[in-house]
Design a protein around this ligand. Structure first.
Ligand code: NAP
Length: 256
């Protein structure tokens, strides 16, 4: 990497962790680091981090590699969601091609407690196949992607939580949509599950510092959770927290 007065950090974002990292990096290294956050552009009114912002896809690994060169990016931190596998793979390929250091900011997995009833599944299709045995009223909290896998399910009413209204009608036989953007409190989640007489919760193993309130509510209400397993990513340099990532940036600033 070429030694320069200021380094340019690209954060691949779309998560609360990415935003917190952008804010913290901007505040801590303000004179020596230029921070740009990249968002896929899926939500119309995202929460905006400190620093510069770009929105929209790059056009695969090649497009991202071109961007790294054109924008003179010195460092990349992949702080995308654990289920965002395409952008993570593209970042690995593009950073290797451009010889740009890459760090993945990985959230810790959630761990079930002894009184949790979690049924781990490989994907949404497996979740759909076991659902009718678990309950007739399901709370679907996996975002827009993967909903189509539940289209063949009959005899189950879905409460589908989304951040924004879907662009097209959902392909579910019986459902209602609940719009909302987290974080939610335990009380919020418990109230929703009780009001809608939820019998089973479907969630992704997104992970995080704290257990999600919906999982705590399911535990208290003794509701089973169908948990979509996290995709495996190729190993590489990883950080488990904002502080870890800030230390990595500091080391690069000392010795680019
Ligand atoms: P994905 O499958 O890995 O990515 C699909 C395509 O979206 C990528 O190939 C890329 O387009 C573009 N893209 C994704 N993240 C981008 C970013 N940060 N900046 C610029 N382009 C990006 O990802 P996804 O699952 O659709 O998720 C999209 C975004 O939502 C991610 O940024 C992720 O952090 C966030 N998110 C995802 C989930 C989830 O459950 N998947 C949950 C919460 C938030 P090009 O190929 O054109 O470059």
């Amino acid at each position: 990497m070429k030694a320069r007065e200021t380094l340019h950090l690209l954060i691949l974002g779309g998560t609360a962790e990415a935003r917190a990292l952008a804010d913290a990096a901007h505040a801590r290294f303000v004179e020596r680091l230029r921070v740009t956050t990249s968002l896929a552009g899926r939500t119309s009114a995202p929460k905006i981090p400190e620093g510069a912002l770009r929105r929209g896809g790059f056009g695969g690994a090649t497009g991202l590699a071109d961007y790294l060169g054109a924008a003179q990016v010195d460092l990349v931190i992949d702080a995308t969601h654990p289920f965002a596998t395409q952008i993570t793979a593209a970042a690995q390929t593009a950073c290797r091609a451009r010889n740009v250091p890459l760090l993945a900011l990985a959230r810790p997995r959630w761990r079930a407690q002894s009184d949790d009833r979690w049924i781990e599944v490989a994907d949404a299709a497996e979740a759909a196949s076991i659902l009718p045995k678990l309950g007739r009223r399901a709370f679907l909290t996996i975002g827009q992607r993967g909903i189509a896998a539940f289209a063949p399910v009959s005899g189950v009413h879905f409460l589908v939580r989304l951040i924004e209204p879907p662009a097209a009608p959902l392909p579910l036989r019986s459902h209602e949509i609940l719009l909302g953007r987290g974080p939610f409190t335990l009380e919020d989640e418990r109230r929703i599950m009780q009001r809608h007489a939820i019998e089973v919760l479907i969630a992704k193993d997104s992970g995080g510092e704290a257990i999600a309130a919906k999982l705590e509510a399911a535990r208290l209400l003794r509701i089973p959770v169908v948990m979509l397993r996290r995709p495996e990513h190729a190993p590489g340099a990883g950080a488990a927290s904002t502080e870890d990532a800030l230390r990595w940036i500091a080391a690069k600033l000392e010795d680019p």
